[in-house]
Write a protein that binds this ligand. Structure first.
Ligand code: GRF
Length: 219
């Protein structure tokens, strides 16, 4: 008999390419999580149509129609509970969440951020990485804590920064890594392979040790 799959909601605000990477992974019956709902705070988010194409239920909670953050979050919370959601994956969800919501979903909500946290929290991460001259950049998947872009890190993927990169070319390279990292991290969490101790997350699954070094030499 197949093990019970974790019921996940994906929260989006826009394009939804990370959402799609999760939907693709979860369309495999052996994947340990099932996406039961895609929720957007923006009615015009292109990701909504993509989700429907995968046959996934979508809902919109338009933040502009709520008097404050708490009432907006409260409405989302009710919908998530009504759908039996057990876990949340934020995928380009561009609203700050209230302390109450973050606490209600503590250790049951993850996010993907386009930088190697704790470097470059916030917006414009690729521009800032280029300005700082870092040689390795990437993305991080982490549990949420109240302060933006903090919380126990589950996994990170690194990409090289090339001398002729623009914010756009670097963003595209990082995005490709995001699409690999996010489904992997959600899988590890859903399998119960991630344990939070103190402020950190430990991945129990065995993975090969590797060293990542950039510069990459071209002949
Ligand atoms: C991604 O770069 C993600 O890391 C960040 O917002 C962007 C969303 O892109 N949180 P998409 O909507 O998943 O395509």
């Amino acid at each position: 008999m197949m093990a019970k799959r974790l019921k996940v909601a994906v929260l989006i605000s826009g394009r939804g390419s990370n959402m799609e990477s999760l939907l693709k992974a979860a369309s495999e019956p052996s994947y340990p999580a099932k996406i039961v709902l895609v929720l957007s705070n923006r009615p015009e988010a292109p990701g909504l149509e993509k989700a429907r194409q995968y046959g996934i239920e979508t809902q919109v909670v338009d933040h502009k129609t709520y008097r404050n953050r708490e009432s907006f979050d409260g409405e989302m919370h009710e919908i998530l509970l009504a759908k039996g959601v057990e876990f949340i994956a934020l995928a380009g969800f561009m609203r700050l969440l209230s302390q109450r919501f973050v606490e209600d979903w503590r250790d049951r909500m993850i996010n993907i951020h386009p930088a190697l946290l704790p470097l470059f929290p916030g917006l414009d991460t690729h521009e800032r990485a280029l300005e700082a001259g870092v040689k390795i950049h990437g993305c991080s998947v982490h549990f949420l804590r109240h302060e933006m872009d903090t919380g126990p890190l589950i996994g990170q993927a690194a990409v090289p920064v090339l001398h002729d990169d623009t914010p756009e070319s670097l963003a595209a390279r990082v995005l490709e890594a995001e699409h690999q990292l996010y489904p992997l991290c959600l899988k590890l969490v859903a399998e119960g392979q991630v344990k939070i101790t103190g402020g950190n997350a430990q991945v129990l699954a065995k993975s090969p040790g590797e060293i990542l070094i950039n510069p990459i030499y071209s002949s």
